[in-house]
Design a protein around this ligand. Structure first.
Ligand code: BGC
Length: 721
């Protein structure tokens, strides 16, 4: 009798936090009905999917996005729910994080945003994004980590590990090849296996295999004829086969199109579908999603094997046990001073000083009575607009506020808008009602009376700017800014340009403006960070995570016909192949405006003579490269030492440079340190399309050691046997 009682009271394994994850999953699965399992595989609201109410297994709540936890959305529409407790901290967008070249900051960033998501009771945060910067017109580049697969890999792994410490799943997106917004729902991307494996997949692979991401988001586009949210090659073969991903594949919202493919090609959770083809509005019952009733019917009719459903349900259960049912889940925290500090540190380290002639920067307030700040971006909120990464923030310090705080006590700081863009609206442009000539004339009149002009412009989060759902139409600065900057130059006043953007832009005025700062979308601490760099409180150390070309046609993707970019509306062929970003510019000998990895400092550095630990290496060896770096200037600063390999003789064409290691070193004035870079030779190979493996060919390699992809200080020959 006592045995019976014990059995009745025993906690089932799935509820026992001490039991191993897989045992809990199997136990839960064994207790579930077919209907309960199917219910796990699709949305129940705009941003949630069901749990198993009968068994006390919680629902999954998801939220955008990569640089802050988005405001609550209504149950069944894209409208905001108007909660009053959901104003978050905005972290800098991921282009800024990538520019820090500092993986430790990525870990702090991930942890802080994970804590925010946890506090808001989210199981999944829909980020980070690691689509490769292929064209400067892509409206979503600001959400991603630049053009280089190695840099993105090194930054995404600690971000994910940081997020998941809070028992919140990172959802790496958009897998894969969603490198533009035009026709994103159906464009069919074609590219070589080499380009796929060498350029577009590595950051995802690192996110899965090293970062151990618990979920991944399929992309909207097609790849080799199949939508990526249910793509056999990407999901069955590569992600779950080769990379052994054990988490859940989530669709992008409205990214599923077919029950059969969704069932067989590894889609686990379907979100955002409307079968009328729209994803923005409509009423369509969740029970009719591709992975809802149609799936259930198929199972009952014997069309789909039960093992297909069990595999999906297992993955969703794993996601739940790793998050809401994890025994180690902390409570999280929201808009704390610690999180603000992380956001500020990333913003300050990510800002890139592009040009600094005539010692314009840092601004010495003793030299100026009147500072004029010109440009709409000095006052514009950059967390509004942009698409799904839009945020409702607790606070956002504008650049103008930051500049006033920094210099207002010593100088008179005035402001002229100079140009106007109009309000942000999803999917459409609303031109400003303000008169452009009046704004320009006012700015010029005020500039004539100023001693220093701080121009704060760039792009913004409007449609056709840095925004989801549409790409930029041109490489130029929008809203008449080139004309305005030209007129400001004519006043012959001292001047610095601060560009707030997530993309490169044409700079026809580059030679006439003495100082240029690339400031990204910096989030809540934006103005503080910009002002601290302008004032010299912070010595800039950011490095560009993508190439700034002189003109659009200088980029690989724009060097061919329309089929190469943006495609013919049906198909797109990546004809530049593996030569993306600096790989293109350097191999084709095209001088960039500002190179990948480039960024100035207020101090100077000297890179000593580097040495490697051996003259010859085997394919499984790691090259240990040491080099001393000295700060030869007058203030503390940080330099990023970068190593690019070149395979001198290869059986296939290779880029002349490929980043394979970097290290950021902080040095006091006069200090020097020895930097050690480790380069595993196994990572120097190319993807061999015949054997379908990475291959390192023995022979001569060169390690190009420098402080940007174009500022190579030394070439170190290395033999691989
Ligand atoms: C975006 C995703 C986002 C999702 C949910 C989609 O439009 O592409 O990045 O996570 O919406 O808002």
């Amino acid at each position: 009798m006592s045995f019976g009682l014990q059995a009745q009271n025993a906690v089932p394994a799935y509820l026992d936090p001490a039991k191993p994850l897989e045992e809990r999953v199997e136990n839960a699965l064994s207790l579930m009905t077919v209907e309960e399992k199917v219910a796990l595989c699709h949305a129940q609201s705009k941003f949630s999917s069901a749990g198993v109410p009968r068994l006390g297994i919680p629902e999954i709540w998801m939220s955008d996005g990569p640089h802050g936890v988005r405001a609550e959305i209504e149950w069944d529409s894209w409208g905001y729910a108007n909660f009053t407790n959901d104003s978050c901290l905005a972290f800098p967008a991921l282009t800024c994080l990538a520019s820090t070249f500092n993986p430790e900051l990525a870990a702090r960033y991930g942890q802080a945003i994970g804590e925010e998501a946890r506090y808001r009771n989210k199981e999944v945060i829909l980020g980070p994004g690691v689509n490769i910067y292929r064209s400067p017109l892509n409206g979503r580049n600001f959400e991603y980590m630049g053009e280089d697969p190695y840099l993105a890999s090194k930054m995404v792994v600690p971000y994910i590990q940081g997020v998941q410490k809070s028992g919140v799943a990172a959802c790496v997106k958009h897998f894969a090849l969603n490198n533009q917004e035009n026709w994103r729902g159906h464009i069919d991307v074609e590219l070589s296996d080499r380009a796929l494996y060498e350029i577009y997949l590595p950051a995802f692979k690192a996110a899965v295999m090293e970062g151990k991401a618990w979920s991944i988001m399929g992309s909207y586009n097609k790849f080799r004829g199949e939508h990526c949210c249910h793509n056999d090659l990407l999901l069955n073969k590569i992600l779950k086969g080769d990379w052994k991903f054990d988490g859940a594949v989530i669709t992008d919202w409205g990214g599923a199109h077919d029950t059969d493919q969704a069932v067989r090609n590894s889609l686990d959770i379907e979100m955002g579908t409307y079968t009328n083809g729209l994803t923005t509005s409509g009423t369509f019952p969740y029970s009719e999603f591709y992975l809802a009733n149609p799936f259930l019917k198929g199972i009952k009719a014997g069309k789909y094997d039960m093992s297909l459903l069990n595999d999906k349900a297992r993955r969703v259960l794993r996601l739940i046990f790793r998050t809401s049912m994890s025994p180690n889940r902390p409570w999280g925290s929201f808009v704390t001073p610690e999180h603000s500090k992380v956001a500020a540190d990333v913003a300050k380290e990510g800002i890139v000083l592009l040009k600094n002639d005539q010692n314009i920067l840092p601004v010495n307030p003793k030299l100026y009575k009147k500072i004029l700040v010109v440009g709409e971006n000095a006052t514009r909120k950059m967390t509004i607009g942009g698409g799904s990464s839009e945020l409702k923030t607790k606070y956002e310090i504008s650049p103008l506020q930051g500049i006033k705080n920094a210099f207002g006590a010593q100088c008179e700081v005035k402001y002229a808008m100079g140009y106007a863009s109009g309000p942000s609206a999803y999917g459409r442009e609303i031109p400003s009602k303000l008169n452009a000539d009046t704004l320009l004339n006012e700015a010029i009149r005020m500039a004539k009376d100023a001693d220093l002009i701080l121009y704060v412009g760039g792009l913004n989060k409007n449609h056709f700017q840095d925004c989801e759902g549409g790409d930029r139409k041109t490489y130029d600065l929008p809203f008449g800014q080139n004309k305005l900057i030209g007129e400001l130059i004519k006043t012959q006043k001292r001047m610095a340009v601060v560009l707030v953007s997530g993309n490169a832009v044409a700079m026809p005025w580059v030679n006439q403006v003495p100082a240029i700062v690339q400031a990204w979308y910096l989030g809540s601490e934006s103005g503080n960070a910009i002002a601290s760099v302008l004032s010299g409180e912070i010595n800039p150390s950011g490095k560009l995570p993508f190439t700034f070309g002189v003109k659009l046609n200088d980029y690989g993707a724009h060097s061919f016909d329309k089929l190469c970019f943006p495609g013919d509306s049906i198909k797109e062929v990546y004809k530049e192949d593996i030569l993306v970003g600096y790989r293109w510019f350097d191999t084709k000998n095209i001088a960039p405006q500002f190179a990948f990895g480039y960024g100035l400092s207020y101090t100077t550095f000297q890179v000593g003579k580097a040495s490697v630990d051996k003259p010859k290496y085997g394919k499984n060896d790691t090259v240990k490269l040491t080099v001393s770096v000295a700060n030869t200037g007058k203030v503390e600063g940080a330099e990023v030492i970068q190593a690019y390999i070149q395979d001198k003789i290869s059986s296939v064409p290779r880029p002349v440079k490929e980043l394979k290691a970097f290290s950021k070193v902080i040095l006091k004035a006069g200090e020097s340190k020895v930097v050690t870079l480790e380069l595993p030779v196994s990572e120097w190979g190319f993807y061999d399309e015949t054997t379908k493996t990475f291959k390192v060919e023995p022979g001569q390699f060169v390690i190009n050691l420098g402080t940007s992809s174009r500022d190579i200080k030394q070439q170190i020959p290395v033999t691989v046997e």
